[in-house]
Ligand binder design. Structure first.
Ligand code: AMP
Length: 607
């Protein structure tokens, strides 16, 4: 086996020998440059060589094998020319979708996923119609071969994706069988995160003089950079960034995303939320990029959202934080990214968002940096408030230290207090409210705490007593938001809406036997929102106020408006919006599930 060297700096897609139509698609998809596995794998595959690649999910290996296949596919031949074997149906579907995306400029291109657990019929009709690429799980592919419904005589490339997983799942015989059926002239590309003996055996039996590709990571310690990861769950990444920016003390931050389009989108969203942010990407003219970096340096800009290429060599001492919105495809890029902080002897912080399926890549990065990356929890609203309070204290103390240059408001304040029979503290409190907006009430904080951590609910949370659901599930086990004491109909006793939240009204209340857990469950399910992001719930006699994160997509609010809880349609709308004309709040009940209300809406917890 001969080893292919890894290029130090990934070249452009055009330099890899891909046809211009595919290069154009990649530009449209937003890929700026090939990932290391792509830079190393595409040229030998384009030459028709076999490849043995060590690559994790998240490194860009799908494009590494899909692009050479698409570059050579004969659209005039309606027969499978490439076969990709994957260990699971999810991966088969995902790979087929990637093929379709990269084939956007190939009219009539067809890819078909075939996997166990699905009826044969759609697969048979797909195969009969004629496809160019088949992506399948080994068991089902073998079934089609033995039935004679899949023919491999026109196959020029076989890809084994996640080979170690495939063998771990006991597919060794199927893989051998399938490879024996393929024409002798076929090219084989084998990708595996690890190279155990079983994978080596497959490579030795079926690959011919493969280019062996391992993306060597220059291990480098980044001792001055504290590294943390957040396992992406429930909450959207955007919401997570906002929380981090609000709660984490930082000087300047660089946020990395994978695509140029995403840098602009993210920067705009951050600006809309009041942060001083700008994009930095390769599409921007050089002078604009230089201006952006200069603004970051002089402090007139705090956040840059960049791609790897645009941020190469960026040296700004102020950068205290690097936030990897998308985990990079390889550890080299990661090391480069986090090297943008901890400069000039300062310490820095790095945070990486990791989707559950990218955990393997995280481990690779951890090994390469030889530094632990510790899991972080997302800041809670309390953290956000604590940070705001700390900032406010600093501002007050700065103002106290400043003599005001002859501008002394004290006589005015004293006269306001004296004329209105107020203490100076009353006046100061009113001024504080004017300056910083509504403060987080302790109750809001408590409510949030009880949502985030069901077990932390203390007597102070003043919940309604637990009751068993008719189906025996304890609603009390749900992450129930603390209900305020039953407010009166005029809505006295309502609290300020916390920043970042919007108060909604739903048409179900105490008199319908509503418990907070039911509403949390319904909203978490219907809006696909992690229950920890549901804020305060105030239950009134025949309606309820609930605080939900800003920016709810219209489609979600339509779903929530139509959802049913306790036999009532929620008819969700912003609390300050006028009541819709019809239907009447006493709308007819929907068909009820044995549990008492619509099954999807009634569960206390997101399933
Ligand atoms: P994979 O390892 O194939 O599962 O790819 C992981 C992710 O990286 C996918 O979301 C791809 O869309 C993305 N990706 C692949 N290649 C590139 C590239 N050259 N630049 C940016 N993102 C990429």
């Amino acid at each position: 086996m001969s080893a292919a060297s890894t290029p130090a700096v990934p070249s452009s897609f055009a330099e890899l020998g891909l046809p211009p139509t595919l290069v154009a698609v990649l530009a449209a998809v937003g890929y700026e440059a090939p990932s290391p596995i792509q830079a190393a794998t595409i040229p030998p595959l384009m030459e028709g060589r076999d490849v043995l690649g060590m690559a994790q999910t998240g490194t860009g290996k799908t494009a590494a094998f899909a692009l050479p296949v698409l570059a050579r596919v004969n659209l005039g031949l309606a027969a499978p020319q490439a076969l990709v074997l994957t260990p699971t149906r999810e991966l088969a579907i995902q790979v087929a979708e990637a093929f379709q995306r990269y084939a956007a400029t190939l009219p009539g291109f067809r890819v078909l996923p075939i996997y166990g657990g699905q009826h044969y019929q759609p697969q048979l009709s797909g195969l009969r119609r004629g496809v160019h690429v088949v992506v399948g799980t080994p068991g089902r592919v073998r079934d089609h071969l033995t039935r004679g419904t899949l023919k491999l005589d026109q196959i020029t490339t076989v890809v084994l994706d996640e080979a170690d997983e495939m063998l771990k799942m006991g597919f060794a015989d199927e893989v051998d069988f399938i490879l024996q059926q393929a024409p002798k002239t076929r090219q084989v590309a084998l990708f595996s995160a690890t190279m155990p003996t079983a994978v080596r055996r497959i490579a030795q039996t079926h690959l011919r003089d493969p280019a062996e590709i391992t993306i060597a990571s220059k291990t480098r310690t980044a001792a001055d950079v504290k590294q943390r990861y957040w396992l992406v769950s429930g909450a959207h990444k955007m919401e997570a960034v906002t929380r981090i920016l609000e709660a984490e003390p930082f000087d300047a931050m660089i946020v990395f995303s994978r695509t140029k389009a995403m840098t602009t989108e993210l920067a705009e969203k951050l600006q809309a939320r009041g942060f001083s942010a700008a994009a930095l990407n390769g599409d921007m003219p050089q002078n604009e990029r230089e201006r952006t970096v200069a603004r970051l340096k002089d402090g007139s800009l705090d956040i840059i959202v960049a791609t790897d290429v645009a941020a190469r060599g960026l040296d700004v001492e102020r950068i205290s934080h690097v936030l990897n919105y998308d985990i990079p495809t390889d550890s080299e890029s990661y090391i480069h990214r986090i090297g943008r902080t901890g400069r000039a002897g300062r310490s820095g912080e790095a945070i990486v968002f990791v989707a559950p399926r990218e955990r393997g890549l995280l481990r690779v990065i951890e090994r390469a940096t030889r530094q632990p990356i510790t899991e972080m929890r997302l800041p809670t609203l309390q953290d956000v408030y604590a940070r705001r309070e700390a900032r406010f204290r600093d501002q007050v103390l700065e103002a106290v230290a400043d003599d005001g240059h002859g501008n002394d408001p004290r006589p005015l304040l004293e006269s306001i207090a004296a004329d209105n029979n107020l203490s100076i503290l009353d006046v100061a409190a009113a001024l504080a409210r004017l300056v910083r907006g509504p403060a987080a009430s302790a109750e809001v904080d408590r409510a949030q705490a009880s949502v985030t951590q069901a077990s932390a609910r203390g007597p102070a949370a003043r919940e309604r007593p637990r009751r068993e659901r008719p189906d025996g599930e304890s609603a009390g086990a749900a992450p129930v938001t603390a209900a305020a004491p039953r407010p009166d109909r005029a809505g006295k006793g309502t609290s300020p809406v916390p920043p970042g939240m919007v108060r909604y009204r739903v048409e179900v209340g105490y008199e319908h036997q509503l418990r907070p857990g039911q509403l949390v469950g319904a909203i978490a399910n219907e809006a696909d929102l992690d229950s920890q992001y549901i804020g305060r719930i105030d239950i009134f006699d025949d309606y309820t106020h609930i605080d939900l994160p800003e920016g709810m997509p219209p489609a979600t609010s339509r779903i929530l408006a139509k959802a049913w809880v306790c036999g009532r349609q929620l008819r969700l709308r912003p609390a300050d919006a006028p009541a819709p004309a019809a239907p009447s709040p006493r709308a007819p009940r929907p068909p009820r599930a044995p549990g008492g209300s619509k099954p999807k809406s009634a569960g206390p917890r997101k399933s």
